[in-house]
Design a protein around this ligand. Structure first.
Ligand SMILES: [Zn+2]
Length: 456
């Protein structure tokens, strides 16, 4: 029963990390860790955003079983479904969490062992990861002061909006004038109705002599600056993670502790006109990192292709804890990745993945290694202006630019049939309603469905 740390790096898309090939050196410390770890090239978050994704991560089950399909929705996780911290507690683990999700995510952590954190969101000064580290190190000290094996859940938020990385990271990937009045590249962003107010509050440079004077603020006009702030937030988080890794090193925990490093979902920047948030079932949101580090048992420098998903995290952790009987008892739908890791296999844990979102938009999707089908379900506000059916060839068009739905109708039909058969089978297995049919989107003010206005 080895010690385990599960890192959830909220809103971190794989493609923006240098260890996944990003042009900017955003994650040098994670990259160094990867050289002693096994990295999964194609890990998918099937149910976005934060609440559904973490529920899948914690239960090893899909949305048709756990029914948590929206962000901040009315449906709570059933008490009959045990979460990973509860199961590890049952197995004799001491459990701690640095997290502020609350709700069912605190199940399995005794009161004093589930702790939040706070940070300031000021321009050039959002030091989120250092706030998490402070709580995390207190908890890891506590965990080491007792005799049981321990599990820690550490939840970082730096790549989440508003991106306000501290100096000097803010300038790390940008050297222009972010408020150049002649630059029109942000016009479409500020015109995006659901987010107009939010963007105008966030995307501006305060006057250095009067930082609280709203009249004197200057809006950012260069879209490259906003994109660079996402990368800079990742670089800042990466540097802060180095502090935590050094703590593990100093306490001789680095070699035999299992580190699972992943994200709940990614982020849309300027790719599909869904600006600076995590909605849309595109790879920007669904393709997340997954790194397993434990030099005692995990092969070093190994990169595995093949589809795996967030569903696989809980059974994998239980397997390395020596408790795979618990994932069998709980009928987890994910698969332990241990065999893939030990065999160096690119087979992945599945051939196809059912995708959902029901926060701002209400879509479902079906992803194979080659194809991505995205289908409108009738609940998305018209303001998003997306086609009802989208089909992308992920091998030829990994950025999902060219919608092939009209020219490849046979592929659409085939994938739709596969998705429908999957749904039919799963609904029979669960005996529960389809949450996409049953539940409404949550990320708008109640009222006119044609408009989507961010909740306060
Ligand atoms: Zn999230």
């Amino acid at each position: 029963m080895r010690n385990i740390i599960l890192f959830s790096l909220d809103t971190l898309r794989a493609s923006s990390m240098s260890c996944y090939g990003h042009k900017h050196l955003t994650t040098p410390h994670l990259d160094a860790l990867v050289s002693n770890a096994t990295l999964f090239e194609s890990c998918i978050s099937p149910h976005i955003p934060t609440h559904p994704a973490h529920t899948t991560m914690f239960t090893g089950k899909d949305v048709l079983t756990h029914q948590v399909i929206t962000q901040g929705g009315q449906v709570n996780l059933s008490e009959n479904i045990n979460t990973l911290p509860e199961l590890l507690g049952e197995a004799g683990y001491f459990t701690v969490a640095a997290d502020n999700l609350g709700r069912w995510f605190q199940r399995g952590f005794p009161d004093n062992q589930y702790r939040g954190y706070q940070w300031e969101s000021r321009y050039q000064n959002a030091r989120k990861a250092e706030a998490v580290n402070k709580t995390a190190i207190e908890l890891l000290d506590l965990a080491q002061s007792q005799d049981k094996p321990w599990f820690a859940f550490l939840h970082y938020w730096d790549p989440h909006t508003p991106y306000l990385p501290p100096l000097p990271f803010e300038r790390m990937f940008y050297s222009g004038d972010e408020c150049d009045p002649n630059n029109r590249s942000m016009d479409a962003v500020y015109a995006c109705e659901p987010f107009t107010d939010y963007f105008r509050q966030w995307m501006c440079k305060p006057d250095s002599d009067a930082p609280d004077n709203i009249e004197k603020k200057r809006l950012w006009t260069d879209i490259n600056y906003v994109n660079s702030q996402y990368d800079a937030s990742i670089a800042y988080m990466d540097a802060s993670l180095a502090q935590l890794f050094q703590y593990l090193q100093d306490n001789e925990l680095m070699d035999d502790t299992l580190l699972v490093i992943t994200a709940d979902h990614g982020e849309e920047l300027d790719e599909h006109e869904l600006w600076y948030d995590h909605h849309g079932l595109y790879q920007t949101n669904c393709h997340i990192p997954l790194i397993l580090h434990c030099p005692d048992v995990i092969p070093k420098g190994q990169r595995l292709d093949g589809l795996v998903t967030l569903k696989d995290i809980a059974p994998t952790v239980l397997d390395y804890a020596g408790k795979s009987t618990l994932s069998e008892r709980e009928k987890m739908e994910g698969t332990s990745l241990r065999t893939l890791v030990e065999n160096g296999s690119d087979d992945g844990s599945c051939d196809a993945i059912y995708l959902t979102e029901c926060g701002w938009m209400k879509k479902r999707g079906w992803q194979t290694r080659k194809w991505k089908l995205i289908v409108e379900t009738g609940g998305t506000p018209a303001v998003y202006n997306k086609p009802d059916i989208e089909l992308y060839d992920l091998e030829e068009d990994p950025d999902e630019i060219y919608n092939l739905a009209e020219e490849a109708e046979d592929i659409v039909t085939q994938l739709k049939n596969e998705m429908d058969e999957f749904l039919k089978r799963r609904l029979t297995e669960t005996g529960l309603p389809d949450p996409t049919d049953e539940q409404d989107i949550t990320m708008r003010r109640i009222g006119d469905k044609s408009k989507a206005v961010p909740l306060p």
